[in-house]
Design a protein around this ligand. Sequence first.
Ligand code: CA
Length: 415
Amino acid sequence: MRLAGWILIAACAAGCERHAPPPAPAAAPTVVATAPVEVATRLGAVALTEVVTGLDRPWSLAFLPDGSMLVTERPGRLRRIRDGAVSAPLGGLPSIFVDGQAGLLDVAVSPDFARDGLVYLSFAEPSLRGNKAGTAVLRGRLGDDALESVEVIYRQEPKLSSGTHVGSRLVFGDGGLLWVTQGDNRVAETAQQLDKLQGKLVRIRADGGVPDDNPFVGNDARPEIWSYGHRNMQGAALHPVTRRLWTSEHGPMGGDELNIPDAGRNYGWPVITHGKDYSGSAVPGSVGASADGMEAPHHVWPVSPGLSGMAFYTGEALPQWRGNLFLGALATHELIRLELDGDRIVGEERLLGERKQRIRDVREGPDRALYLLVDADAPDGKVLRLGPVAAAVVDGAATHRAAPDKAARDEAAAR
Ligand SMILES: [Ca+2]
């Protein structure tokens, strides 16, 4: 197997297109719904269930109004999970650049899905020659076994790199506008260049058009840009109360950030950062951790957790976690739980570290449980569910059973 891999790499080095669709893994992913395992946390136990196994580098999940689930796999597959089964990869997707961090990335469901049936995907789009990639967004109508009427509504052009630091999350804000988080394509200086889309948070209309009130409309800049100076944003979520977008961003070595990006502001990369270059020296071009005209991060981690997808928890199923912000951590193999007071972060707990799994995404499900993606090659890519422990229900049932038993005993004693 390893030998075959090396032969494949050698063949690709000789010129095969790296964005050719990869072969699907031999075993199809399956819905398993394992017995729940109790996980101790600072605020009591929760129940962890493996819902789906056999996925190949799952990157994002989204729920449809009927409760079924869409999951992307980074090698270029979109699957639908419903009625206890995982579909074959849906057709209709364009050529996708798959290499390293690049591939099929986020999935978002149209806020108007019941009427328009549209699904949005972010992905690494190959250049015409196939040697470079840029972040792009498509939308298509969800059919039974394919996306139909697919159109690319947004793309980074020119494309700069071989597919590192491509982001990307998609979040619909109020008014149906679409946020797209991106990376700097590992060409750090582009994050400060307003004529390029790399290293930017952009805000577009659902059809790809530019909202009139974007901050750089009418200026000598790309009008899609909302904020700039971003390194690689792989997480984003809308705050349920303030309705503002929060983003997570990978620092270099250290300095992962949370930001609440304001219109037109500069978030500093690579000029200001709390991290170091991977060589251990200062980031080239950086002046330190702060500078005039550049925004400090809302929150920063000195040691990089490797932040990925994130979600605010709003449900009733896990009341102890209501209002908390959850972030997947790739490097430290954890789910991070942040306690908030308004926008201020006042507490942090690291969960699931003992499982040693890269947490790629986290979403709240229609059943108000938290759903997580484990980022691993097939067959170890998984959907996990964190919900309330069934013990409470069992205890309740036991209590419920005990009561008539006692009544029966009392009655017997009375006789
Ligand atoms: Ca920053």
